[in-house]
Design a protein around this ligand. Structure first.
Ligand code: TMP
Length: 254
């Protein structure tokens, strides 16, 4: 059997050469890491759930005209994507204070923000993905000012879409991270949403109970991560039929 060429292996995903030029196969692992990989675990079924959930969100974005790298899901753990040149930034959108913003500013988690706030971390594991101002991004040539204007517009469209979809199933989108890539169509460069959109890269709180349904369950030892992700998938109607992790408890009726 011929082995596929591995292009890149990250903490939660592997990229393989795709079947055609300009494509890649994105494989979702069960590995979970937090605090810059100081905390690690394997969570049965996480990769399957994130493959499905990322497919769901990327397809939904495509349907409202937001360009993404997603082409099609190939199997339980893999999807075919467009190869893009990743801009080395974590683009973070926040609707409520939480995580590093709450710590940095001494705010209570869950405090509503006056408007969605977009911020950037420089993607560098060795440095712990430091927060960087636009000034650095433009000065160091990671993206132009025009790119940044387009990235903010893209990120806010993703925020509107994701907030609405989540609100529809009783979940508050507290914050999330996307990565943005460049693709070329002839002489034209386009920015597209890349990487993944999943509970690994969002903060999702149940609106009624405040229950955390995202990677904070793992970061903060709050229970079973696969259980939380399964609940998100179930509410969105994207629950795969043959995932091998414990069944979700029924949602209590209030
Ligand atoms: P933070 O509060 O730790 O800065 O994270 C904000 C949001 O961005 C949260 O939903 C987690 C997500 N995020 C990632 O998924 N990967 C990252 O490397 C960073 C910095 C944030």
């Amino acid at each position: 059997m011929s082995r596929r060429k591995k292009i890149y292996e990250g903490k939660a995903k592997i990229l393989y050469e795709g079947p055609e030029p300009g494509t890649l196969v994105q494989y979702f692992k069960d590995d979970a890491t937090a605090y810059n990989a100081e905390k690690k675990a394997t969570i049965d079924g996480k990769g399957v759930l994130n493959n499905r959930l990322s497919e769901f969100f990327m397809k939904g974005l495509g349907q409202i005209g937001v360009p993404t790298h997603f082409i099609k899901r190939l199997n339980m753990r893999e999807q075919l994507i467009r190869a893009a040149e990743i801009i080395p930034l974590e683009v973070i959108v926040r609707n409520f204070a939480a995580g590093s913003m709450a710590r940095r500013l001494g705010m209570e988690e869950g405090t509503p923000l006056p408007r969605p706030i977009v911020e950037y971390s420089y993607k560098d594991d060795a440095l712990g993905d430091p927060l960087v101002p636009e000034e650095y991004i433009v000065a160091f040539g990671w993206a132009s000012q025009q790119d940044l204007d387009d990235i903010v517009a893209l990120a806010l469209r993703v925020n509107d879409y994701l907030s609405g979809v989540m609100y529809g199933v009783g979940i508050r989108l507290v914050d999330f991270k996307i990565e943005v890539g460049r693709i070329w169509e002839g002489d034209f460069m386009r920015l597209i949403v890349a990487d993944e959109i999943s509970p690994d890269s969002c903060r999702l709180w149940d609106i009624e109970t405040g229950r955390k349904l995202d990677k904070d369950v793992f970061r903060r030892d709050l229970g079973d991560l696969a259980d939380a992700y399964t609940e998100v998938a179930r509410r969105l109607g994207v629950m795969p039929s043959n995932v091998t992790h414990p069944p979700t408890r029924p949602t209590p009726i209030n």
